[in-house]
Design a protein around this ligand. Structure first.
Ligand SMILES: N[C@@H](CCC(=O)N[C@@H](CS)C(=O)NCC(=O)O)C(=O)O
Length: 216
């Protein structure tokens, strides 16, 4: 009954790894060398057709890509872990709303910020496109900040998987000081998540290296 999660340090792997640690399920991680282009090679593309991370492989070999699909699958397989509030509850509606906000309005900007050349055909355009995505990234986070109930988690009902998504995503393309000043609720939520006993060691593993660089 071991889950296998593919990803890289500092990537969305941290979300799935932290959730598996919270649930106390057996899992192993497989490092994908994004800087070396391993994610774009045929072997990894057999798992994820676009070469993105993270990818989860279930104990029976079923492959799941995309963070929301992974979270919903884990929630369904381990309802006792309450990764998300129970089906039919108002809290679940709010959790799904902000989970999807993270997945559809925030996460796609990361590809533009990390790989602007995929969206522009000159160096000049690349700089403009990256700058615009980065500014949208900061604007959109303001909506997450306003939505946080402040317990310190998103929902007054308590911790859920969306908090982990927020705590991982808010580390990207954002100086900690800027986050603290401009997104005080996101910052407090992230610190609470990073300090959870099961999550803390995962977050240390996913912190930037001594040169301040992520693995991507
Ligand atoms: N839709 C995917 C997006 C994942 C994604 O963009 N992951 C980044 C790393 S955090 C990635 O794979 N970047 C490498 C690339 O785009 O080639 C999800 O929700 O998991």
């Amino acid at each position: 009954m071991t889950y296998t999660i593919y990803g890289a340090r500092g990537s969305g792997l941290g979300i799935i790894e932290a959730l598996c640690a919270e649930m106390g399920v057996d899992y192993e991680t497989r490092h994908v060398d994004v800087r070396g282009g391993e994610n774009q090679k045929a072997a990894y593309r057999r798992l994820h057709p676009l070469g993105k991370l993270p990818t989860l492989v279930l104990p029976d070999g079923e492959i799941i890509t995309d963070t929301v699909a992974i979270i919903l699958t884990l929630d369904e397989r381990h309802p006792e872990s309450r990764l998300l509030p129970p089906p039919g509850s108002e809290a679940r509606v709010r959790a799904l709303r902000w989970l999807l906000f993270c997945a559809t309005e925030l996460y796609p900007l990361v590809e533009i910020i990390d790989f602007p050349e995929r969206f522009a055909n000159t160096d000049e355009c690349t700089v403009v496109v990256r700058g615009r995505a980065s500014s949208l990234w900061r604007d959109r986070w303001q909506h997450v900040d306003k939505a946080i109930g402040g317990t310190p988690y998103l929902l007054p009902e308590g911790f859920c998987a969306v908090d982990v998504c927020i705590a991982v995503l808010c580390r990207w393309d954002m100086e900690p000081k800027w986050r603290q000043k401009n997104l005080p609720h996101v910052d407090a939520l992230a610190k609470a998540v990073w300090n959870r006993p099961a999550v803390a060691p995962v977050f240390v593993r996913h912190s930037p290296d001594e040169k301040g660089q992520d693995a991507l």
